[in-house]
Design a protein around this ligand. Structure first.
Ligand code: SME
Length: 148
């Protein structure tokens, strides 16, 4: 049911005739509100070899441009796979956004084999993310791929 409600809300955003930028901002708002554990939510778009932060909700971050291969975000693109990090303090390549962050999930936005960007979420709680988050966020990512 939660999936259906989320899909409906996304469809409403996509049908709103907003600009691409507005749709991406509305989608980040929707994602941020999905669970109280989501303390920071944002969308990065892939431009060449760099992830460029499109918009976010949460504490300010200095990581507005991340080269592919750097950090958890860059690793997702390099490896072509979503990332769930239960304890960010245990990752050497983690790029800290907020000192409070304990766990992170990155879900790629793809069109076929092409990576268009990603949804990135941080939580102040350790192990805040599991397969269910990945599944719901993939549902969002797949829809966003149609407008990027
Ligand atoms: N933690 C990410 C950087 C993005 S900030 O969390 C917003 C990383 O390691 O790539």
């Amino acid at each position: 049911m939660e999936d259906e409600r989320l899909a409906k809300q996304l469809d409403d955003i996509l049908a709103s005739n907003g600009s691409r930028d507005q749709v991406l901002r509305d989608a980040v708002r929707l994602i941020k509100d999905m669970r109280p554990e989501y303390n920071w939510a944002g969308v990065y778009l892939l431009e060449g070899d760099t992830l460029v932060l499109h918009n976010y909700i949460g504490p300010p971050t200095e990581h507005t441009r991340i080269p592919v291969g750097r950090g958890v975000c860059g690793a997702a693109v390099l490896e072509g796979s979503n990332q769930i990090v239960g304890d960010v303090t245990a990752r050497d390549n983690y790029l800290a956004c907020s000192l409070e962050t304990r766990s992170e999930i990155v879900v790629l936005i793809r069109r076929g084999d092409l990576i268009l960007g990603q949804i990135d979420i941080d939580s102040d709680r350790e192990n805040a993310f599991d397969d269910r988050d990945e599944r719901l966020l993939t549902l969002v990512a797949d829809r966003l791929a149609t407008i990027i």
